[in-house]
Design a protein around this ligand. Sequence first.
Ligand SMILES: Nc1ncnc2c1ncn2[C@@H]1O[C@H](COP(=O)(O)OP(=O)(O)OP(=O)(O)O)[C@@H](O)[C@H]1O
Ligand SMILES: [Mg+2]
Length: 257
Amino acid sequence: MALLEVRGLTKIFGGLTAVGDLSFDVNEGEIVGIIGPNGAGKSTVFNMVCGTLKPTAGTIKFRGKNITGLAPHKIAKKGIARVFQGNVLFPASTVLDNVVMGAHLHTQLDLFGFLFGGRRARRKEEAVRARAMEILELVGLADDADTLASDLPHGNQRHLCLAVALAVEPKLLLLDEPVTGMNAEEVSEMLDLIRMLREKTGLTLIVIEHNMKAVMGLCDRIVVISYGVKIAEGLPQEIANNPAVIEAYLGVEDDAA
Ligand SMILES: Nc1ncnc2c1ncn2[C@@H]1O[C@H](COP(=O)(O)OP(=O)(O)OP(=O)(O)O)[C@@H](O)[C@H]1O
Ligand SMILES: [Mg+2]
């Protein structure tokens, strides 16, 4: 049984089919890439998997259980987390507090207790903070625990976004354009970090990315969508040589070259 099973997934906005009858599997421990031209429907797939959008049709199963249309915090609790493109959650808070608050917000764990105290809540809070420190060590930010998030260099802010997502202890992590806008050194650091996370924690990942070199080097398998429809699926090498994929990208600016 695959960890994630997507079947016939469809999202229609008004008259526009953003995702149409899409099916794919993600196996435990895999890194699967989703690629496709701008507007192909990639982020919409993520939005449906993590519950921020309800599918028009189709099913999403996680660990054999139907999670289609569940609220985002329920899906987060089941073990699916997402890293958004862009900035950290709370720029004016410390790196450590970002991870702690991320854990609370995403799962709606006892946020009241976290904010207003109480002895039991404080003990629980200490455990959350200790775990947050371990996560910062994992992503290489332990020395910056007390730094304000906004004072981190750009590349490290993206590492912090990863740490915040990891705070909910996900089984499956969705990364939307993790290296877009990074320089070559930052890209290679981020790819190394993602590989290391998979090795050390057994995490399964789905990665949306326009940087083809990064996708090809990182992913075990790639799903290609165009106008919401799957046009190819296979090993990176197969995808790179697939005529339908090359056609879909023809005339589309390749900002990854
Ligand atoms: N909330 C929404 N309401 C209406 N249309 C939407 C909404 N979200 C996305 N769309 C449309 O659905 C299509 C797919 O968008 P989506 O953001 O999933 O594409 P994408 O593959 O992630 O693109 P990009 O590579 O540019 O991030 C686009 O035509 C987009 O305009
Ligand atoms: Mg997108």
